[in-house]
Write a protein that binds this ligand. Structure first.
Ligand SMILES: NC(=O)C1=CN([C@@H]2O[C@H](COP(=O)(O)OP(=O)(O)OC[C@H]3O[C@@H](n4cnc5c(N)ncnc54)[C@H](OP(=O)(O)O)[C@@H]3O)[C@@H](O)[C@H]2O)C=CC1
Ligand SMILES: O=C(O)[C@@H]1CCC=N1
Length: 269
């Protein structure tokens, strides 16, 4: 990787990506530069990752071969206006923001800018991220391959049509938050039964990790895997009945609907 990777904005998501990339050993930290608004974040990022970070967005944009816009959606306009005249002609601009479209980037920079939407998630920090990638028509196959490989340094990557991108936060970008809530709830339930809290988090998290691996590695339908746990006349089916009565599935679907609507609206704030 002989490209300069630049991040405008270095908050929680950018830090997760940078952490995963460096941990992979594939991306040299010397190739990563970033900017953040406050001195507090700049010091934290410098201390944590030992990368070059500064307050001047233009300086960072100027040196970028691949430029990640990692600010919130409502800060994109101000940042793009600030840097658009400073980027290299063939820079690849990636937004990781929910709701920011490829046409938004094309109008902000210039009509033929190489633009990519990537929706990542925070497990990127431990190289178990999921990145969904949608390029515009000016991104070449080789450039897309490079970005896919880059995203694979911190997890899995899938290329999709832009038309699906607004639906990705709910299933992938935001969903770790729901899973953490589920793990917290599992731990609370265990603590209620007398299990020490630190062990309860380990048991709950490992169950989620193991179940996720079963879905990914056996290729079996989640319903079949659930059925294997439910011993006839046993304890699990009682828990399953209660979760159905309490509306676990419909709660998840409703949450994903509101998440998707909000993600679509974010760019207009
Ligand atoms: N968090 C997540 O799980 C995910 C987030 N995303 C997307 O990532 C983006 C960032 O989210 P997140 O990391 O959570 O948010 P944060 O608030 O943690 O990070 C935003 C960063 O932007 C910086 N910033 C703000 N204004 C400017 C500016 N004018 N110039 C340069 N930097 C600026 C902030 O600097 P400072 O820290 O100094 O204030 C901060 O580092 C969003 O667009 C979000 O949609 C996508 C997928 C998942
Ligand atoms: O909450 C948000 O808007 C961002 C997008 C996906 C995860 N975090």
């Amino acid at each position: 990787m002989n490209k300069t990777l630049a991040f405008i904005g270095c908050g929680k998501m950018a830090q997760a990506i940078i952490g995963g990339m460096i941990q992979s050993g594939i991306v040299d930290r010397k190739r990563i530069i970033a900017s953040a608004r406050t001195e507090e974040t700049r010091q934290l990022v410098k201390k944590t990752f030992n990368i070059k970070i500064e307050g001047d967005n233009k300086q960072v944009a100027k040196n970028a071969d691949i430029l990640f816009l990692a600010v919130k959606p409502d800060v994109h306009k101000e940042v793009i206006d600030e840097i658009k005249d400073y980027v290299k002609k063939d820079v690849i601009v990636i937004t990781i923001a929910a709701g920011i479209t490829l046409s938004y980037l094309e109008s902000g920079f210039h009509n033929e800018v190489r633009a990519i939407r990537v929706m990542p998630n925070t497990p990127s920090l431990v190289r178990e991220g999921m990145s969904v990638i949608a390029p515009n028509r000016y991104v070449t196959t080789d450039e897309l391959d490079l970005v896919v490989k880059l995203c694979e340094t911190f997890g899995q990557a899938e290329v999709m049509n832009e038309g699906l991108m607004d639906a990705i936060p709910a299933i992938s970008g935001s969903s770790p938050a729901y899973v953490y809530m589920f793990i917290e709830a599992l731990a609370d339930g265990a603590v209620k039964q007398g299990i020490p809290r630190d062990q309860a988090y380990k048991l709950g998290a490992q169950a989620v990790l193991g179940a996720a691996k079963m879905v990914l590695e056996t290729g079996k339908h989640p319903g079949e895997l659930k059925d294997q746990v439910c011993t006839p006349g046993g304890a699990t089916i009682e828990a399953v009945l209660t979760l159905e009565k309490e509306g676990l599935r419909s709660a998840v679907l409703s949450a994903m609907d509101v998440c998707t609507e909000k993600a679509k609206a974010l760019a207009n704030n």
